[in-house]
Write a protein that binds this ligand. Structure first.
Ligand code: ATP
Length: 334
């Protein structure tokens, strides 16, 4: 165990009691006080709340806001799927690191988590603002599927994220096609899927997820952004529980997806769609399309009614809605 983990364990054991001085810690772990100070700084950067007062020492404050990777690992230990979980206080982009790991042969189920990203990315190379307090992570997958079926995979991830948010923080979450999570008219999460394939075989897919929890959200964005802290009105967002639950549920959903495809998730996805029944403009790579969203099909594509009796099916595009419903859908195939 590293000195940092030993210090953390020691402070945790003494949590709630009087502070432990730097001198005592230094003596106990046979390092200098400066080294203790450095380790405490590292722990704070990793999200641990350690109160320090001069002449009093350090005290660990239990907080449900922190991410403790050892706890996440042990919660997922029954899920052999997640064999390698890494946590970084700061990364350029979890997606870039996970892609690099995938390229170098890391197995399916590898998860890369960062407390903060300096160059987080969204779809089409857009910037994803990832200040500390959010959940920013990427998962390596190696589905034995044709590359053609992969575009619906991030829709499944978005659906599982909705269900997880509802379960953990009791907020009703909706989906904006293809894979944004919306709550009360605010975008709280975005998902990005990137893939490498060879002829008709997927080599890897890296799914990147960004969920605004306790972080400050950007205001200069097209769709208004929200965080779980803002929306619940509480500074206590159980990020670790959300992440652990999501990973557990996503593993199950992924296995089902491999067998049954998006069709198995379609009904719930449609129910949560904030777009079905809305008039929208879709900016696609081949031009603008205006119409009413009438459905999301069995392959996760958007069905747009251009005029009565004239539907088109879109597999990519940016949807700009007239005005979004709060969450969930109402009209069936309208
Ligand atoms: P949208 O549907 O909002 O236009 P998108 O689905 O096309 O977004 P994404 O890949 O999900 O694109 O996210 C990138 C966009 O999300 C950015 O262009 C920016 O407008 C917005 N954004 C960036 N950071 C955040 C954040 N932390 N929370 C919410 N929105 C963000």
């Amino acid at each position: 165990m590293s000195t940092r983990s030993l210090i953390l364990d020691y402070l945790k054991k003494n949590a709630g009691q009087t502070s432990v001085s730097g001198k005592i810690l230094a003596g106990r772990f046979s390092v200098t006080r400066a080294a203790i100070h450095k380790q405490i700084r590292g722990l704070r950067q990793a999200g641990y709340s350690i109160v320090g007062k001069s002449r009093c020492g350090y005290r660990f404050e239990a907080s449900e806001n922190i991410l403790d990777v050892r706890q996440i690992r042990s919660a997922l230990s029954a899920e052999r799927f997640y064999g390698h979980l890494e946590y970084h206080p700061v990364l350029s982009s979890t997606q870039d690191v996970a892609k690099d790991r995938a390229f170098h042969g890391e197995p399916e189920g590898t998860v890369v988590i960062a407390e903060r990203q300096t160059s987080g990315r969204g779809r089409l190379g857009r910037r994803w603002i990832s200040s500390p307090g959010g959940l920013w992570f990427s998962i390596i997958l190696r589905p034995a599927l044709s590359p053609r079926s992969i575009p619906s995979l991030p829709l499944v991830a978005a659906l599982v994220l909705c269900r997880t948010i509802e379960e953990v923080v009791s907020l009703k979450a909706g989906l904006k096609w293809p894979n944004d999570v919306w709550i009360r008219g605010k975008k709280v999460a975005g998902i990005l899927a990137e893939m490498s394939s060879e002829s008709d075989r997927v080599q890897w897919v890296v799914l990147g997820l960004g969920l605004n929890c306790l972080n400050s959200v950007p205001s200069d964005v097209i769709s208004p952004a929200g965080s779980l802290a803002d929306l619940t009105g509480s500074r206590s967002v159980p990020r670790q529980e959300i992440l652990t639950k999501f990973l557990g549920e996503f593993r199950k959903a992924y296995q089902r997806y491999l067998m049954e495809g998006f069709a198995a998730f379609r009904a719930d996805y449609r129910r949560r769609s904030v777009l079905i029944g809305r008039d929208v403009t879709v900016n696609t790579s081949t031009g603008k399309r205006r119409g009413r969203v009438v459905d999301v099909d069995g392959e996760g594509r958007l069905v747009l009614r251009l005029s009565p009796g004239r539907n088109i099916v879109l597999s990519e595009g940016d949807v700009v809605p007239g005005s979004l419903r709060q969450e969930g859908r109402g009209r069936d195939g309208d």
